[in-house]
Design a protein around this ligand. Structure first.
Ligand SMILES: [Mn+2]
Length: 428
C-alpha cells in the first residue's frame, strides 16, 4: 500500500494555514452578523461524508474510446488504496461502494483491506447490464425484465449474491440499476416488461435482511435508446411502493432530461418517504457523467437546499445515502473525486447558511424576489474557509489537489501497476 506521507501534507498545510486562519476568522465575523455560528456549520461539514464508487478511480471513457491514465488500479485492492488517498486528503469520503462482479474478492480479504485503509463499505452495486465470462443467459435483450424466465432468474440470483457478499463485509444496502429497455417502438410490451421486472425484483427484495435497504436507480435512456424500463422518478416511485418499506428511490443527477427540475423531484421523494439516496455528478446535454458541480453548481446547491430543509424540520424516514458517480475521461480520477467530494460538501455548507425563517416569511408574503435572493445570498457566500478548516482539523489537506500532486502518488503507483490497454469502449 502506497500511503501519502504525513510530512507532505504537513508541509503543504504549514504553507497555507496562516492565510486560512485569517480567512476563517473574517468569514466567522461576517456570518455572526447574519446570526450564524461558523463553528456549528464547520462541525456539520466535518461530519458529512460522501461515498466513492470503486469504479470511479479507474479512467472512464465513452463508447468511442477510453484513454487510460498511468497507474490505473488493477483490482479492488488497488482501488481501495486510491479511495484511501481521496479520504486521507479530503477527510470527506469514508466509504467505498463496490460493484459486483468487477470487485468480487474473498470477503475476509476485503474486510482486511477496509481495516488497513480505514474505509467502510457503502451500498453494493449489481451488474446485469453486461455479460460475464461463462454466463449462461445473455443480457443483450434485458435482465430482470427479460422475456425469458431463466434469464430473469439468473439476474435475480446475481442480485441476491450481491446481498450475500455485502452481508459478509458489513454493507447495508443494494443499489439496482438495469440497462433494460428497447431500441424500437413495438420491440417490447411496456406493461408486460415492467410486470416481469417487478416480479423479479420481489424475489430480490425477499432476500434483503431486515436492516438493509434496496435502492432502485432510474435512468432516462442508454444503453436502450427508445425506452427504458426504469426511466424516471415516477416509475421508480411505483417500484419502491410495490416492493415495500425497505425499498427506496435513488436519484442520479445525470439520469434526467436537460432542464428537469431535479430539486423538486428530491422534494417529492422526501415527502413520500422514499428518497433513498444520490449519485452525484453533473451533465450538460445528457448523462455524460461530468464532475459534480462542474457545470451547474447552483443546481447542486438547490438539491442540498431541499435536503437541509428536510434535515432541519426532521422529516420522517429521511436518511439518504450520498455517493459520487461520475466518469473521468480526461482527468486523474483521484483529483476529480477529491474536487467533487468537496463540491458536494460546499453545496451542503452553503445550504446550511440559508436563512430559513426569512425564506418562509417571503414565501408566505409571495415576495418572489426576496425569497430567491435569500437562496442566492447563501449560495454566493464563499464557504471554502469552512471546508478547509474542517479538513485541517482532521489532519487532511487544506488544498488536497496541491498536496496530492506534491506527494507523487500517481508516479509511485504507475511504477507498481503495469499500463493497461486503451483499446475498446470504456463506459463505466
Ligand atoms: Mn448512477
Amino acid at each position: 500500500m502506497t500511503q501519502i506521507d504525513k510530512s507532505v501534507v504537513d508541509a503543504q498545510n504549514d504553507k497555507a494555514s496562516a492565510a486560512l486562519k485569517a480567512d476563517y476568522a473574517a468569514l466567522g465575523e461576517h456570518l455572526s452578523r447574519r446570526g450564524i455560528n461558523i463553528d456549528a456549520i464547520k462541525a456539520k461539514v466535518a461530519h458529512y461524508g460522501v461515498a466513492v464508487p470503486s469504479w470511479g478511480v479507474g479512467t472512464g471513457g465513452t463508447r468511442f474510446a477510453r484513454f487510460p491514465g498511468a497507474g490505473e488500479p488493477r483490482n479492488i485492492f488497488d482501488k481501495m488504496d486510491d479511495c484511501a488517498v481521496i479520504h486521507r486528503l479530503t477527510g470527506a469520503t469514508p466509504s467505498v461502494s463496490l460493484h459486483i462482479p468487477w470487485d468480487k474478492a474473498d470477503p475476509a480479504a476485503l474486510k482486511a483491506k477496509a481495516e488497513e485503509t480505514g474505509l467502510t463499505f457503502d451500498a453494493m452495486n449489481s451488474n446485469t447490464f453486461q455479460d460475464q465470462a461463462g454466463q449462461k443467459h445473455s443480457y443483450k435483450f434485458g435482465s430482470l425484465s427479460h422475456a425469458n424466465a431463466a434469464t430473469r432468474q439468473q439476474a435475480a440470483e446475481h442480485n441476491i449474491e450481491c446481498i450475500e457478499i455485502g452481508k459478509a463485509i458489513g454493507s447495508k444496502a443494494l443499489t439496482v440499476w438495469i440497462g433494460d429497455g428497447s431500441n424500437f417502438p413495438g420491440q417490447t410490451n411496456f406493461t408486460k416488461q415492467f410486470e416481469r421486472y417487478l416480479e423479479a425484483m420481489r424475489s430480490v427484495y425477499k432476500a434483503l435482511p431486515d436492516d438493509w435497504r434496496i435502492f432502485t436507480e432510474h435512468k432516462m435512456y442508454e444503453p436502450a435508446f427508445y425506452s427504458t424500463v426504469v426511466q424516471d422518478w415516477g416509475t421508480n416511485y411505483m417500484i419502491a411502493e410495490a416492493l415495500g418499506p425497505k425499498a427506496y428511490c435513488l436519484v442520479d443527477l445525470g439520469h434526467h432530461a436537460p432542464n428537469v427540475n431535479i430539486e423538486m423531484i428530491v422534494a417529492r421523494l422526501i415527502q413520500a418517504k422514499k428518497l433513498g439516496g444520490f449519485h452525484f455528478n453533473d451533465s450538460k446535454y445528457g448523462d455524460d457523467d461530468l464532475d459534480t458541480g462542474s457545470i451547474d453548481p447552483y443546481r447542486l446547491f438547490l438539491v442540498f437546499n431541499e435536503l437541509v430543509d428536510a434535515e432541519m424540520r426532521g422529516a420522517a424516514g429521511f436518511s439518504p445515502a450520498h455517493m459520487l458517480d461520475q466518469s473521468h475521461n480526461v482527468t486523474d480520477p483521484i483529483e476529480s473525486l477529491m474536487v467533487s467530494a468537496m463540491e458536494v460538501q460546499r453545496a451542503y455548507a452553503a445550504a446550511l447558511l440559508v436563512d430559513r425563517k426569512a425564506l418562509e416569511g417571503f414565501q408566505e408574503e409571495n415576495d418572489a424576489l426576496m425569497a430567491t435572493n435569500t437562496l442566492k445570498k447563501a449560495f454566493r457566500t464563499d464557504v471554502e474557509p469552512i471546508l478547509a478548516m474542517a479538513r485541517l482539523e482532521k489532519g487532511a489537506a487544506i488544498d488536497p489537489v496541491t498536496a496530492y500532486r506534491a506527494s507523487g502518488y500517481r508516479a509511485k503507483v504507475a511504477a507498481e501497476r503495469p499500463a493497461v490497454s486503451g483499446a475498446g469502449g470504456g463506459i463505466v
